[in-house]
Design a binder for this molecule. Structure first.
Ligand SMILES: NC(=O)C1=CN([C@@H]2O[C@H](COP(=O)(O)OP(=O)(O)OC[C@H]3O[C@@H](n4cnc5c(N)ncnc54)[C@H](OP(=O)(O)O)[C@@H]3O)[C@@H](O)[C@H]2O)C=CC1
Ligand SMILES: CC(=O)C(=O)O
Ligand SMILES: [Mg+2]
Length: 548
């Protein structure tokens, strides 16, 4: 006799919550313990189990297997305590889940499109677990958070991101599809690991890689023409070129470039309001010239122009530093995207620095108001750098945004100490709260550190384009997301509050962002005409919530 399909279907099962009548109706008598529980009881039992686990990695494994067993329960568990759940299913714990993916393997989820099987792409796509898909998140695993090439282990990221599309953006889990492009790995440890589950081969690159991605996109276009395709954690040499190739051809965006830019700009809007300054008047320094750093600076530059700066003035206020130092026009190792932020060497020639100025030189010679980190370089915002910055500006804005926690450019508590509480701080991964408010005064309660992570943006974008039936993701839609998030900054109304909304409010905030993005899609002519009331109703109809 076959196991009961209903009991073992993660999208339809209720486990011990099947009532006596349902147990009789569906042939489940005897397959479950006697007690009939409620969803609430199941949630409490699951949280007990989560807490009982010894480590956060164990908690991640428990929650992932719960997701594979009962999705309604999984999302009810996450929704019951979003601030505690988020670090377990997302950064930082997901990084460890990716590192140890092969060792922890339990059950299939999503699609693995491997280069050796490239002749069978369409067949593989047709084998997807659910035919109607609203959102795909795809990675090739080459730049997972700040921990580099994880090969097939990168699948942890699309799975994690899509669970947040559902939790926060209300995308039906049956209509999500994580995809891992397995083009090999250059991670020597993985190639040597006897248990590695991916294609054990150096990465294919260049024309073969480009052709493989093109074949996949063409197959997705044929199979799922209306789907939102999100590119995630591609290495910088591939990330922007892929986005440029496909952004005008299908409904697509790159989360690390565009989602990160939108969340950073939203948090900067809150910070600028508290600091009482405009972005265009600040010297903005970015440590990291990867696709994330350049994406953020692109939006910062655009915002300065919207505030009235000329393009030249905006560029003059943007400074980008990589491993070698400041991006300058005489360097021959820059991509076009990076070159757009390169300074003329004459801008810094009076500083008396041998070679390229580094971050320390910039804070010494400029009044840096905003310091952003997307470098993966742990601790790169040193005490000396932060103290020098704080000596020159009233409210230094310091965002160490690299993930996971161990890659952050600084710890908020240190930045807070070094600046006597003057710094306005946001981080990429979660950190413990501070005991000072945004005015630098000791508060009688803990002040959460805003987590400036693209998770505030991508679920809302997914909800918007699905509800509005958009066909493209325009730059203006991402700017609208940034503005709507910035408008929701609790710091605008209360200087004791963090720069970004509390996780408890994140679904309501996502609805607001989704409305702004959907309205912009209509205004840009990439979604059917609809007014705000119609869009609001469509967002409400699209939003899936867990329950039996
Ligand atoms: N908070 C959020 O929402 C997000 C955070 N991120 C984080 O951003 C980080 C970077 O992502 P991405 O741009 O794709 O990665 P890349 O690896 O492509 O870029 C890293 C950049 O930082 C530079 N860099 C590395 N080490 C140093 C150092 N010690 N000093 C100065 N510069 C340094 C690199 O220089 P070079 O090229 O010369 O080696 C490169 O320009 C990751 O940790 C990722 O997790 C990404 C997206 C969203
Ligand atoms: C958050 C994210 O997308 C990253 O760190 O890559
Ligand atoms: Mg990412």
């Amino acid at each position: 006799m076959e196991p009961s399909p209903l009991l073992n279907d993660p999208l339809r099962t209720k486990g011990t919550a099947f009532t006596e009548a349902q147990r009789r109706e569906h042939g489940l008598l005897g397959l479950l313990p006697h007690s009939v529980t409620t969803l609430d009881e199941q949630v409490r039992r699951s949280w007990n189990e989560v807490r009982r686990q010894a480590t956060d990695l164990d908690r991640y494994v428990y929650l992932r297997s719960l997701q594979d067993r009962n999705e309604n329960l999984f999302y009810s568990v996450l929704a019951a305590d979003v601030p505690t759940a988020l670090p377990l299913v997302y950064t930082p714990t997901v990084a460890e889940g990716c590192r140890r993916f092969s060792e922890l393997w339990r059950r299939p989820r999503g699609l693995y499109l491997s280069w050796p099987d490239r002749e069978h792409l369409r067949e593989m796509l047709r084998n997807r677990p659910h035919s109607d898909v609203d959102v795909i998140v795809v990675t090739d695993g080459q730049r997972i958070l700040g921990i580099g090439d994880q090969g097939v282990g990168g699948m942890g990221i699309p799975v994690g991101k899509l669970s947040l599309y559902t939790l926060i953006g209300g995308i039906d889990p049956a209509r999500t599809l994580p995809i891992l492009l397995d083009v090999g790995t250059d991670n020597a440890d993985l190639l040597d690991d006897e248990f590695y589950l991916g294609w054990r081969h150096r990465r294919i690159d260049d024309e073969a890689y480009v052709a493989f991605v093109e074949d996949i996109v063409a197959a997705v276009e044929d199979e799922m023409p209306d789907v939102l395709l999100q590119w995630e954690d591609f290495a910088t040499p591939h990330a922007a070129p892929i986005l440029e190739r496909y952004r005008d051809r299908l409904l697509t965006f790159n989360d690390d470039i565009q989602g990160t830019a939108a969340v950073a700009l939203g948090a900067l809007q809150g910070a600028a309001a508290v600091a009482g300054t405009r972005l265009r008047d600040q010297q903005v320094v970015m440590l990291g010239a990867g696709s994330a750093g350049i994406g953020v600076m692109d939006m910062v530059r655009q915002e300065m122009i919207d505030e009235g700066a000329s393009d030249d003035e905006a560029r003059a206020h943007c400074w980008v530093v990589d491993v070698r130092g400041l991006l300058t026009t005489d360097r021959d190792d820059l991509s076009d995207d990076q070159r757009a932020f390169a300074h003329d060497p004459s801008d810094v020639s009076g500083w008396g620095v041998d070679g390229l100025p580094g971050l320390g030189d910039l804070v010494e010679h400029l009044d840096v108001g905003v310091l952003l980190g997307l470098s993966t370089a742990q601790g790169a915002f040193t005490e000396e750098i932060i103290r020098t910055m704080a000596a020159k500006v009233d409210r230094p804005i310091v965002f160490p945004l690299s993930n996971p926690t161990s890659n952050a450019e600084a710890r908020p508590a240190d930045v807070d100490d070094w600046t006597d509480g003057k710094a306005l701080i946001a981080t990429g991964s979660p950190f413990p709260p501070l005991s000072r408010d945004q005015k630098g005064e000791h508060a009688d309660r803990d002040i959460p550190v805003a987590q400036c992570n693209n998770v505030y943006i991508f679920p809302a974008v997914g909800l918007a384009v699905t509800a509005a039936r958009a066909t493209r993701v325009t730059d203006a839609m991402m700017r609208a997301a940034a503005r709507a998030l910035g408008d929701a900054s609790p710091a605008l109304a209360d200087s004791h509050a963090p720069l970004l909304p509390a996780w408890a409010d994140v679904r309501d905030v996502a609805d607001g962002i989704a409305l702004a993005v959907a309205a912009q899609a209509v205004a840009d002519g990439v979604a059917p005409k609809a007014d705000d009331d119609e869009l609001r109703a469509a967002i409400r109809r699209t939003r899936w919530s867990p329950g039996y």
